[in-house]
Design a protein around this ligand. Structure first.
Ligand SMILES: C[S@@+](CC[C@H](N)C(=O)[O-])C[C@H]1O[C@@H](n2cnc3c(N)ncnc32)[C@H](O)[C@@H]1O
Length: 295
């Protein structure tokens, strides 16, 4: 399959990226699978034990969200403990190629989830990337699913424990923060010369301030009215536009190897950048294509 500019290519990202030329890409911006079992595409490990792959009535009720995730109350096994390392190994299957296709000074922005982002950073560093910063995106609204412990004991008929542990929960605090990894391909000349040669390496603070009213590396952004519903992991287009404007100029090439509903590609198109997306699920690739045609 020949890679085409301004298209979503249906196929395996790890295969398709090999077809891009060395030093041909200005920015890779991707919301990669997180390895936390959010959906079928988010299971990246060989763990087949029932605690991880199991289903509970609560999971059924939650619909598409976390349909593959087991619960810690089922107990963790040796296979569960390998999941983080397997996630890092998976990141290493594409990190070298991402480095190869980027121009010197070119950035990667990766939404990798809170739990295994550190594994992704290690894979990037091992491949030769320089880790620049961890940006903090906060959401005005976040779904909080931490289960009340007293409810578990209530169901067991253990009133004494239910009373003692009243107010305690299983899981996480409300997940309003998401990390965005920012790394770049090292350059061999000075940064000022690299900017002149490749138009990459610096960042546009003035543009960024127009989006979020400040230069902080923590910023809030929610979905605009009517924007959601295209993908369970869909990101706000304003957030992606801000990141594209932060490190590129019009006419440069943005690649999203895990494109989903095409948010990165739509943002790139509306900002006058070239774009290429890879997505192995035909349903999402079609949604992305339609979205791009409508712009
Ligand atoms: C986190 S989602 C991206 C959602 C996107 N940010 C949006 O706004 O719609 C990651 C996407 O990667 C796709 N994917 C997972 N593994 C893939 C692979 N090996 N090759 C291509 N796409 C893959 C999944 O189908 C999923 O749609």
């Amino acid at each position: 399959m020949e890679i085409m500019m301004n298209k979503v290519m249906v196929g395996d990202s790890i295969e398709l990226i090999r077809k891009l030329q060395d030093a041909s890409v200005d920015l890779i911006l991707s919301d990669i699978p997180y390895g936390i079992g959010l959906d079928d595409w988010d299971v990246l490990h060989a763990n087949t034990n029932s605690a991880y792959g199991g289903k509970s009535p609560a999971q059924d009720k939650a619909g598409a969200v976390f349909k593959k995730r087991g619960k810690p109350i089922n107990g963790w096994s040796e296979a569960d403990k390998k999941i983080p390392y397997e996630y890092q190994e998976w990141c290493s299957t594409w990190a070298n190629e991402w480095l190869r296709v980027l121009k010197p000074g070119g950035s990667v922005f990766i939404f990798a989830g809170r739990r295994y982002a550190h594994r992704c950073i290690c894979a990037l560093e091992d491949a030769g990337f320089n880790f620049r910063d961890m940006l903090g995106w906060t959401r005005p609204k976040a779904v909080h699913r931490a289960q009340r412990l007293s409810v578990v004991y209530d169901r067991r008929g253990d009133q004494k424990s239910a009373d003692f542990w009243d107010g305690w929960r299983i899981g996480n605090l409300k997940p309003t923060f998401e990390p965005i990894i920012w790394a770049f391909k090292p350059y061999k000349i000075t940064i000022a010369d690299n900017v002149l040669e490749h138009k990459l390496g610096a960042y546009n603070q003035d543009k960024f301030e127009q989006y979020f009213g400040g230069k902080d590396n923590i910023f809030e952004c929610g979905m605009a009215a009517g924007e959601s519903g295209l993908h369970p992991a869909q990101k706000p287009i304003k957030l992606i536009e801000a990141l594209i404007d932060l490190v590129t100029i019009p006419g440069q090439l943005v690649v999203d190897p895990f494109a989903g509903s095409g948010t990165t590609l739509a943002a790139a198109k509306s900002l006058g950048r070239y774009y290429i997306g890879f997505e192995n699920d035909e349903r999402y690739a079609e949604i992305a294509q339609k979205r791009l045609h409508g712009l």
